[in-house]
Design a protein around this ligand. Structure first.
Ligand code: SIN
Length: 475
């Protein structure tokens, strides 16, 4: 498979000859070297996208939709190969990688259907003096910066609607997981995506690359998924050129268990909300608020379920939690656990890194965490579950909302009316009510507060990649 940059429909080395070494997080060993793009390569990619975009935008929506449908099919047809790449460079269990390929492909199928439904409007002005025609042309060139936790799906979630709307695209895949991205680039060409429309330029370091991409006059939009910290920096850069942005940033999800909840269902949901994709998701439950009468029972059952997690190489049968992405991630997780224990929490399970090669951490349940414990302030991004007892619902909701993040929350209760009322009071863009996972290409994914700007997926997702133009006229 290709390990070079894809610019203007051609695979080429980086202009300054640099490369990125991709590691297998299960062993810490190198698995590939990939060309690294320079700022000059970023500029060339924007130019290629700008040259290809007008022709693509001029095609009939049905033509674009059919190309997107082909992209769906080709990803599905290459599930095994893509899943191997994902597990190889990200580490997640092979079954999760297979699930990710299906999820990634579905963004193409959903957006193929949306591409023929980008609607405008026609109305008469209130005074009756003119007709008002509103339509939605593409943005032009969109720069995408994507994360390593879903090496395929976080690309297609942006790419599919952007293509459907008629844009040209430059993607900087993450340096940790570029292989899946490059293979997807090859497959899209086979599926009929015109040369030059999608450009893939991994980079060894992001700053100068990003400056070159956003400073180009043709770039009109940036779509980013990653941490809030990095998102803030990119937003400042985008402000210089008043670029449209979509930002999918960090989370600090509360997971609320009321005493009337079905505890078996709550534990099952907690496992999904915490451990899906090796706990490296921005939707991961980060703070478990459990009502006092069931806190001991829930914690015991949750710790028992977590002790059944098999940590290991994602290619091994039966493994349900792979390695973390790198050593720095392990250091961060371990630091948060040690700090929480220092502040009075106790480990009902786990609490340490796993010795040996690779970047593994024990599934961990922390009991007796107080709402102001330092761990409640950070996105853990690892298999650690702090349990915080509560007895007053209003106070718990205040604590759940006492964060700058607002991506997602989870509520478990046997009383649907209470569940809906509490869901509405949680300041988050998405809620799982008696569910541990809600992500879906047909649903609007995104956060409130500092968890992001804009939405991905659903019908909203394709309009994010469109301008709005109003034509006032008479006839
Ligand atoms: C993410 O963690 O970045 C995305 C998770 C999802 O799509 O469910």
């Amino acid at each position: 498979m290709q390990t070079q940059l894809l610019i203007g429909g051609e695979w080429r080395a980086g202009s300054d000859g640099e490369s990125i070494t991709v590691l297998d997080p299960a062993t810490g060993e190198s698995i590939a070297d990939v060309a690294a793009g320079s700022p000059a390569d970023a500029t060339a990619a924007v130019e290629a996208a700008a040259a290809a975009q007008p022709g693509w935008a001029a095609t009939a929506p049905r033509v674009r939709a059919e190309v997107l449908r082909n992209c769906f099919q080709i990803l599905i047809d290459h599930t095994d190969e893509l899943a191997d790449l994902i597990t190889g460079e990200n580490g997640k269990p092979r079954a999760d990688s297979v699930g990710e390929v299906a999820y990634a492909a579905e963004f193409f199928r959903w957006n193929a259907e949306e591409t023929v439904r980008i609607h405008g409007s026609l109305s008469t002005s209130p005074s009756g003096d003119k007709r008002m025609l509103v339509h939605h042309p593409p943005m032009g060139v969109v720069v995408m910066v994507t994360p390593w936790n879903f090496p395929a799906a976080m690309i297609t979630r942006k790419l599919a609607p952007a293509l459907g709307a008629g844009n040209g695209i430059v993607i900087k895949p993450p340096r940790e997981t570029p292989l899946t991205a490059l293979r997807i680039g090859e497959l899209l060409a086979e599926a009929g995506v015109p040369a030059g429309l999608v450009n893939l330029v991994p980079a060894a370091s992001s700053g100068a690359w990003f400056d070159a991409a956003v400073d180009h006059r043709a770039t009109r939009m940036v779509s980013f998924t990653g941490s809030t910290e990095v998102g803030r920096v990119l937003l400042r850069r985008c402000a210089d050129r008043v670029l449209k942005t979509v930002m999918e940033l960090g989370g600090n999800a509360p997971f609320v268990v009321f005493a009337d909840a079905d505890l078996d269902a709550a534990v099952e949901g907690a496992m999904v909300a915490k451990m899906r994709h090796s706990a490296e998701t921005c939707t991961a439950a980060n703070r478990f608020f459990v009502e006092q009468p069931v806190v001991a029972d829930f914690t015991e059952r949750f710790a028992a379920a977590m002790s059944g997690v098999r940590v290991g190489n994602g290619f091994e049968d039966g493994v349900t939690c792979g390695p973390m992405i790198n050593e720095a991630a392990i250091d961060t997780i371990d630091g948060l656990v040690k700090e929480a224990v220092g502040a009075g929490a106790s480990a009902a399970l786990g609490g340490s890194r796993v010795d040996g090669p690779g970047f593994f951490y024990e599934p961990t349940v922390l009991g007796g965490v107080t709402p102001d414990s330092p761990i409640t302030r950070h996105e853990i991004f690892g298999p650690v579950a702090p349990v915080i007892p509560f007895s007053d619902t209003d106070a718990m909701i205040d604590q759940a909302n006492d964060t700058e993040m607002g991506l997602i929350g989870y509520v478990y209760t046997g009383d649907l009316a209470r569940g809906l009322a509490v869901s509405e009071r949680i300041q988050a863009g998405m809620i799982g009510l008696n569910r541990g996972a809600v992500s879906d290409p047909a649903a609007p994914f995104g956060g409130m507060k500092q968890s992001g700007l804009g939405r991905e997926g659903a019908s909203e997702g394709i309009y994010e990649f469109c301008e709005t133009q109003f034509i006032g006229t008479n006839w």
